[in-house]
Design a protein around this ligand. Structure first.
Ligand SMILES: [Zn+2]
Length: 211
């Protein structure tokens, strides 16, 4: 089975985690959180969504994060990020992270907060930070950019398989295509890649009823 740990497609289905969900129906796995771009608007709504943190299908906090290009000040973003990290620790949920030009700050925060829950950098493409992220225990989720970003293609094999996830995010490219592409690039049969990611999911997303 091919799992998608981060999508915004509301028709995603049970093998995908619907990001920043505001619809909480019966069998759609989801993650909840306030995206850094939305921080100004949703202070009150936050309370509403977080009442779903204990739902059976709430598998993670996310996407949350830091964005130097878009959204309110990095100070406000950091503050809200830390609040949501506290929720992740309290409810034992992994975190799916959006990070744009703030990797130093993100890594510093992880060193400072020493979270017990896994932190996953989603939509990874900043290859220059790969080693530093791995050294600091981050998981890496790779999406559609792997089809076009040659630098990313070139360092894929350096991501330990047990730290890898795959996602579609906002792309219309299917998760099947992303699995096939990654498998080819790291010279692994796609069924082995599927098995590995399934193992990772069982470890990192223990609430996900898979297999
Ligand atoms: Zn996203």
């Amino acid at each position: 089975m091919k799992y998608d740990i981060h999508t915004h497609n509301i028709k995603a289905g049970k093998n995908s985690i619907l990001a920043n969900s505001t619809m909480f129906d019966d069998c759609q796995p989801f993650s909840i959180g306030v995206h850094p771009w939305e921080l100004n608007e949703v202070q009150t709504d936050q309370i509403d969504i977080f009442s779903h943190v204990n739902d059976d299908f709430c598998l993670a906090i996310g996407e949350i994060g830091l964005d130097r290009i878009k959204g309110p000040s990095l100070t406000l973003q950091t503050d809200r990020f830390c609040q949501q990290i506290a929720l992740s620790e309290e409810h034992k949920l992994p975190v799916i992270i959006h990070c744009v030009r703030a990797f130093e700050e993100l890594i510093q925060l992880k060193r400072m907060l020493k979270p017990a829950q896994p932190w996953i950098v989603h939509g990874f493409e900043k290859t220059a930070y790969l080693n530093k992220l791995l050294e600091n225990g981050f998981y890496i989720s790779v999406g559609h950019r792997v089809l076009t970003n040659e630098k990313l293609q070139g360092i894929l094999h350096k991501i330990p398989l047990e730290r890898l996830f795959l996602e579609t995010d906002e792309s219309s490219i299917t998760i099947e295509v992303i699995y096939d592409h990654v498998a080819q690039l790291i010279h692994l049969p796609v069924n082995q890649l599927e098995k590995q990611i399934e193992t990772n999911i069982k470890r990192v997303f223990p609430k996900w009823k898979i297999g």
